[in-house]
Structures are given as C-alpha cells and as structure tokens.
Write a protein that binds this ligand. Structure first.
Ligand code: USQ
Length: 419
C-alpha cells in the first residue's frame, strides 16, 4: 500500500513511517517543520537529538535499505496539497500534521487562533483535495480522546444510541473538550464526518489517548530516534514525570491528581494506526476508533514513576501545584475501546516496561534536559487570557505580548539539528 503521512517529522509521524516501511508499505511524507520552530519558540528542544530531515531520509536509506519520499510544504497551501496527492496518488493518508499541544493553544489569543486556523485549514484542504484527486483513498485522521472530555457515563467509540421523548436514534456522542486545541479536534471531526457523508469518502477518526515513550522496535539506531518533548508546553504527563525524576525536580501532579486519561505506548500507537491503514473504511463510512491501552490517573503515573525511578537510584518527590488547567480533578472515566482489538490490536508494551525504556533513554541524554530545565515547570494558565508575561519572566527571549506565534505559513527556517 502507498501511505502518505502528513506531519512525518513529528513525534508520531516519524516512527509511523519507520513502522510502515518495515511492514513493506511505500511511504511518502509531508512536513513544514513548524513543530521544530514552535518548540524553539517556547525555549525548548527535543530531549532526544533528532537529525535534520534530509539526514533522516539518508539514515532510512543507509540503515533500513528503504526509500522514503518527502514533500516539504504547508497544508495551508491548497495547490501544494492537491499537487502532492496528484503526484503520489496514495491509497491511504494518515493526517498527523496539526498543532498538538493543549497548553500552547492556551498561551493567548494568537496561539488559540493559530491552532484552530492551522488545524481546520489543513484538514479541509486534505478533504477537498481527496475529493478532487483520490476519492477512493482512505483518510486516517488523528483526533484525541480529549474531544469527549470527562462525562459521568461510559464513553463509546464516537456514536451512541439515545432515547429522547419516546424516540431512539444513533447519534455522535457529545463532545466537551478542555482546551482550544482539543476543540480544534472536535471541529475537525465534524468536518471529516460531513465530508464523508456528502462525498462518500472513506475515513477513520482516531481518538488517540496520551502517548508515552521514546522507542519503537524500528528505532534501532540513534540516527532513527524520534523527538521527545518534556517542556511544560509540548511534553505530556508521563514523559514529563520521568524527565523531572532525572533532573531532580519534583513530579508536577496538577491539583488533586485524579485526572484520568487513556494512555498508550508509542509502539502500540503505531500498531493501532497501521491496523487502521491496513483495514480501510468503506466508501461513505466514517469510523471512530478510541485508541488507548489503559486508563490511569496522573497520581497513578507519578507513583509508577517514583517506584521505577528507584531502580535507577533516583528518588523523586511528588508535588501537587495548583492545577493550571480548568478540568475535573476527580471524575468517572470509562471509555470503551473495542474496534481496534477486533482488528487484532494487542498491546506489546506494559506501562512499567515503557517507563523503564524512557528512563534508559533520557538518562543517556541528561545533558540536553539539564540545558532546558528552566522550561519544565508550568506557566501557562487556563484562567488568564495572556500567559506570555509569565513565560517571558523566565524566558526573556520570548516574543512580546502583541507578537503572533510562528504560523505554519511562515517561511521555514533551515532545519536546525539542535532542535
Ligand atoms: N498533567 C499533570 N502534570 C503535568 C502535565 C500534565 O498533572 O506536568 C495532567 C494534565 O492536567 C491533564 C493530564 O495530565 O489532566 C494530561 O495532560 P497532558 O499534557 O499529558 O496531555 P493533554 O494536554 O491532554 O494532550 C496530550 C497531547 C495531545 C493529545 C492528548 C490526548 O499533547 O496531542 O491529543 O494528549 S488526550 O489527553 O486523551 O486528549
């Protein structure tokens, strides 16, 4: 199968490319390197050293004896999107090229707008270009479990049967997202569902939980490493806790720590996306997969981190700073995930093994983490309209209050090997 991955330079896009190549698929990628620029904007970098993209391609050639196609460009440019689809004519498109950070979207009005404009524009351009050029291709769209929020009932896979005033229907499950980023994914889901209906496209909307990890089986050499973010804006809970343990910082469990989310190891996320690609939706079918392995509270993750840290002679403490987000700190959480197991999904990596793997890698790259320890603690606050002064207080180079963030459309700087 020929698979086009948008956002191939990212945390998930890169290991997905390696995984699909390893399974014998042809892979072509698209990226504009905006994540590298935005991580730099908030004063951070990848905890793992990642190569500039041409060198990544070369490493695939040298180490895996495979060719990886690539188009540098921006999904905000419709002609570019249509041109790539017309040239490559993929069987499947895995769309990962979105602004993926909730805290980044909450910095101020400019970051909120950039998140929603970039994310919705890219998806709409892909949908229109698919209709025009490859209407039989299958779109696997990266969404998020966070679209559902934390309702007091079980969370189905996208749709549920409801009875209201004596009548029954199957309807989309209500969305209650918790950041401008998560809302952009809700709006995306609506657009994908509608385009599927009117143009009879094949689509799968993946409600992805929080990913953790540094490795997949295909990452056999440091030249093949994927990025690993740990700063307050781009890092996610478990990855951040492990870095905090290595840096001798307290683990930042926000508020009461009962916030519970679906989590999945990086390699199991790749397995899930590959299963979605290899089992396409039917024409006119909009499928929703809840993609996570198990649900944990952030307290449970912090406790697991402390327990396993001792194996590396690290003894972190757990701190409970006031939650900078507006979210339930204790709540019911019972999402259903049956579609992927029905396609053969089986978790390959336990939580404890995943944590050990991350410890091993981040201890190796400790110097890179030390160099950015000042961007680990939270400053972005959901309750204030402008978190830039707080960021600028610890990061004097941060752009002033009226400066908009780098957008997907801004000219890509040369790809810097230090990001
Ligand atoms: N949290 C802490 N301490 C921290 C960081 C986070 O307690 O130092 C808490 C947050 O308050 C939240 C939970 O951990 O309750 C998850 O936060 P996160 O930063 O790990 O993840 P989130 O912002 O939800 O977003 C991440 C990815 C996003 C993806 C989403 C899946 O950045 O791209 O869509 O996970 S989900 O969470 O299921 O919506």
């Amino acid at each position: 199968m020929k698979v086009l991955i948008t956002g191939i330079d990212g945390y998930s896009g890169w290991p997905l490319a390696l995984h699909l190549l390893g399974r014998g698929h042809d892979v072509v990628g698209v990226d504009n390197f905006v994540t590298r620029r935005r991580v730099k904007e908030v004063g951070s970098w990848s905890g793992t050293p990642i190569l500039p993209f041409p060198k990544r391609q070369q490493a695939v050639h040298d180490l895996l004896r495979k060719e990886l196609g690539f188009h540098k460009g921006d999904l905000a440019d419709y002609e570019f999107v249509r041109g790539v689809l017309a040239t490559e004519r993929p069987d499947a498109i895995v769309h990962l090229a979105e602004q993926r950070s909730a805290p980044y979207s909450m910095i101020d009005v400019h970051h909120a707008v950039a998140t929603q404009v970039d994310n919705l524009t890219g998806t709409l351009h892909l949908l229109y270009a698919m209709r025009e050029v490859v209407p039989d291709a299958h779109l696997v769209k990266m969404g998020t479990m966070g679209e559902y929020g934390t309702p007091g009932v079980d969370i189905p896979e996208g749709f549920f049967e409801v009875e209201y005033r004596g009548r029954r229907d199957t309807l989309p499950f209500p969305r209650q997202a918790g950041s401008w980023y998560h809302w952009s994914k809700v709006f995306d889901s609506g657009d994908v569902m509608f385009a599927t209906r009117i143009w009879k496209l094949r689509t799968t909307d993946v409600m992805q939980g929080v990913i953790y990890g540094t490795r997949t089986p295909e990452i056999t050499h440091d030249k093949l490493l994927t990025r690993f973010d740990f700063d307050e804006t781009w890092g996610t809970a478990l990855n951040r806790f492990i870095v905090q343990a290595v840096l001798g910082l307290p683990l930042t469990v926000y508020g009461q720590g009962g916030q519970t989310r679906g989590f999945i190891a990086l390699e199991d996320s790749m397995q899930s996306l590959r299963l979605a690609v290899e089992h396409p939706a039917e024409p006119g079918q909009y499928r929703v997969f809840n993609q996570f392995d198990a649900a944990y509270s952030v307290n449970q993750l912090a406790e697991a981190t402390v327990r396993i840290a001792a194996e590396y002679r690290l003894h972190p403490t757990i701190d409970h700073p006031p939650d900078p987000r507006v979210e339930a700190e204790q709540h019911y959480y019972q999402p259903i995930h049956e579609h992927l197991p029905a396609l053969g999904y089986r978790a390959q990596r336990t939580l404890d093994d995943g944590i050990r793997q991350i410890f091993r890698d981040v201890i190796r790259f400790r110097r890179r983490l030390e160099a950015r320890r000042h961007v680990v603690l939270p400053t972005v606050n959901w309750r204030v309209a402008d978190s830039k002064p707080a960021i600028a207080a610890r990061l004097p180079s941060f752009p002033g209050p009226s400066a908009p963030p780098p957008t997907a459309a801004s000219p890509p700087s040369s790809v810097d090997p230090t990001v």
